[in-house]
Design a protein around this ligand. Structure first.
Ligand SMILES: *Cc1c(COP(=O)(O)O)cnc(C)c1O
Length: 392
């Protein structure tokens, strides 16, 4: 049976992307695979398994529920960093699920202790202006307090860059890197087993000095480019394919229209293909008259308004359009020599690739495969290098 729309994720591509990123790590830095937001919309559990098979040794998420999902799926022994702010019940859950949590104040540290204690990473806000302690002296006080709080173990030091993906940032990245390096140096000298980490995908690809003991890569492990460029240029392989199919083909005479608001009116006779995907699936309305779709190896323009459940494409008169009824349609992915990347879709929407895949809704079934061999969503662990998954 053909699904109306489908997101197919190649877990082997995630593994290869991780192997490729690992090959750029120097001095034994670890790769932490960021699988928050359901693995950037591509499935947290299978993405995590692919990443571990490719050499990642840590996972990271934003919230407590995300740790629980990974633990429940059998990812029991791998360390998981919970990067976000947590309420008291969330802290209790994240710590019970053996997550490492991030702290930035003595008060929050006390909450961690009260919630059962565990491993903490102190975060310096070196310029992101979000979570983290602004003042390095204060951040060092939090680190010292973590060492002295019973039940709490100071496990890491971290920061996050605001402009790693903007190569012309007037030196802001370099300033953040310098501030963090300076702050972490002394604490690391006092406690050499501390895991110092700062880099996201863009930072690790941009500057090896940002790698420290671990890098936290999200976007790149899914084969998307953190700079919004062609991922292939960096040897990254998109894991996601978004597809639908041509549910119907109809002749459209000059002057006839398709879709809400008649935003497409045929200038000459043509054929219109109707695809059952819309903004209810995450194929955003801003793509009205503003996207291409691949059918039978050719690019066709999306015409008219994207509605909740359908889009229309102009199949033209050059080929036998009627014969395209029932054909698979690729919205993100490859077909023949043509390809449409998440970066292309993002550019059209004036946003970033992250938002494109995270925005796919739960109506789109995710299916998993390893270079074409089907996998169940939760079954069949990858042959993980780290041996972290006992069968459950
Ligand atoms: C999401 C996130 C990352 C991963 O960023 P990418 O750009 O996807 O590599 C790393 N660190 C923190 C703190 C994050 O929130």
């Amino acid at each position: 049976m053909r699904e109306r729309t489908q997101a197919r994720v190649n877990v082997a591509a995630i593994a290869r992307n991780c192997a490729r990123l690992s090959s750029e790590l120097r001095g034994g830095a670890a790769l932490c695979a960021v699988v928050k937001a359901d693995g950037y919309g591509q499935g947290a559990v299978q993405s995590a398994r692919g990443a571990l098979a490719g050499g990642a040794t840590w996972l990271a998420v934003a919230g407590a529920g995300e740790v629980r999902e990974l633990r429940d799926a059998g990812l029991r022994d791998v360390r998981i960093l919970v990067m976000g702010a947590l309420t008291m019940p969330e802290l209790e859950q994240a710590l019970a699920d053996d997550g490492d949590v991030v702290v930035w104040s003595e008060q929050y540290l006390q909450a961690v202790a009260a919630a059962g204690g565990g491993d903490v990473h102190v975060k310096l806000d070196s310029g992101m202006g979000r979570l983290g302690t602004r003042d390095p002296v204060e951040a060092s006080r939090v680190a010292a307090a973590a060492r002295n709080t019973p039940g709490v173990r100071l496990a890491g030091l971290m920061t996050h860059f605001a402009t790693a993906d903007e190569l012309s940032d007037d030196g802001f990245f370099a300033c953040q890197l310098a501030a963090f390096t300076e702050w972490a140096r002394e604490l690391k000298a006092e406690q050499p087993d501390l895991i110092v980490h700062a880099a996201n995908s863009a930072a690790m690809l941009r500057d090896a000095d940002a790698q420290f003991d671990m890098v936290r890569c999200g976007i790149a492990i899914y084969g998307m480019d953190p700079f919004g460029r062609d991922p292939a240029a960096r040897g990254l392989e998109p894991a996601l394919e978004l597809s639908s199919y041509v549910a119907d083909v109809k002749h459209c005479k000059e002057g006839e229209s398709s879709g809400y608001g008649r935003r497409f009116i045929a200038e000459h006779d043509t054929y219109i293909g109707v695809l059952p995907i819309g903004y209810g699936d995450g194929w955003r309305r801003g793509l009205s008259n503003n996207a291409d779709v691949l059918v039978a190896g050719h690019r066709y323009p999306l015409v008219g308004t994207v509605s909740m459940d359908n889009i229309t494409v102009d199949l033209g008169l050059d080929r036998d359009a009627e014969a395209l009824r029932g054909e698979r349609a690729i919205l993100i992915g490859f077909q023949g020599s043509e390809r449409i990347t998440a970066e292309e879709v993002a550019r059209r929407l004036d946003t970033i690739n992250y938002e494109i895949t995270c925005g796919l809704t739960s109506r789109v079934p995710r299916t998993y495969h390893r270079d074409g061999v089907a996998l169940d969503a939760y079954a069949a662990p990858m042959p993980a290098r780290t041996g972290d998954e006992s069968a459950t």
